[in-house]
Design a protein around this ligand. Sequence first.
Ligand code: PLP
Length: 458
Amino acid sequence: MELPFAEEYRIKMVEPIRKTNREQRVQWIKDAKYNLFNLRSEHVYIDLLTDSGTGAMSDRQWSEMMLGDESYAGASSYYKMKDAITEITGFPYFLPTHQGRAAENVLFSTMVKAGDFIPGNAHFDTTKGHIEFRHATPVDCTIKEAFDTTLIHPFKGNVDIDKLDEVLRNHPVEKIPCIIVTITCNTAGGQPVSMKNMKEVKQLADNYQIPVVFDSARFAENAYFIKTREEGYKDKSIREIVLEMFSYADIMTMSSKKDAIVNMGGFIAMRDENLYNQATVYNILFEGFITYGGMSGRDMNALAQGLREATEFDFLENRVGQVAYLGKKCKEYGVPVLEPFGGHAIFVDALKFYPQIPKEEFPAQTLAIELYIEAGVRGVEIGAILADRDPGTRENRYSDLELLRLAIPRRTYTDNHIEYVAAALKNVFDRRNEIKRGVEILKEAPVLRHFTVELAKL
Ligand SMILES: *Cc1c(COP(=O)(O)O)cnc(C)c1O
């Protein structure tokens, strides 16, 4: 008999979570103005809002916390982090930041100006926010296959090279400060980018002498998909694959709350000393001195250790395997989910789930609310509320992707929890025809509105 999947760890410490009843949840979500970000975490039983900063650190990481060097300048923790980054990514220069968007803020302060265009595969929301905040325009060049939620394609996060070439040809080079490739592509459903595609992007970018930035929050999961799906990589180690991946980038930004399995942290890494010196100015201004940049020494230590653990094949096999297990269960129950399954999350297709709810009434948000009321499970809308308004016309941006994301924190929940979530979703699906209307927006912020939006049920 073939041995089943099993975790590559055992549990040494537990955190209690509590069930609640439907009546309570109906009240709490109403009080939260139907925005799941407004819920208190103790009112959530299983929290799949995000896999960001919600993972469980290992005993090695906790030990490293005790060894943190909190010196203002030149801390050994800084050098530990630097060594891990250089060893794993190959980049010689790096700046610590307090999280991923801070890395974007520092880097874009250095590189992006008003009127610029920044092509790439579907940019992450904070990335887009930081670009648009500077009156520049992100240009989505993701392959068209990404927008068909049932189409099976091994690398749905890929950049459409022809589209990218068109953007580069039709704009003056000085208006394109960089190309951003997000690995894995969160906005497209946690879908990976192939090594071949990264290489092609880099070759094209080199022709125009435009630097390539990898938005790398889930680079290790991306490497796992390359190993298991792309020809020629089966026998390469994750570390070898990661090194090759980053050889096709000039710069990386990192939210370490994802694939470095820490609760807080981030960094920018690069090859160019000049750029490093420029970015240093903004890092000191916004984040802190270059050897800590918004992080404590202990956190830098845990991050260094986390990078090593996250690039182990056994970890990734279980991590990506548990996400796929949720996807498989959903499919078994007939729930329409995006395929192939993402590396960090399962995405439910709300347009197929609730075809009776018009896009203007936010079907994915409606589904998130129903799932919470059903079982105390918190997911997040990846749809028109997140997509925000067009900065020019101020119209809502509706796309073909209107999804409920169920993101799985690393090493945090057991497969029993996963089964509970799938069963809850099945119940919501079985009574889908009872839901006739969605929600409307009462109040919203000018950028990144999804975090604070207030809604009402129609
Ligand atoms: C999370 C994330 C970010 C932003 O990082 P924070 O740590 O949340 O600030 C940027 N890009 C991608 C792809 C992400 O997943």
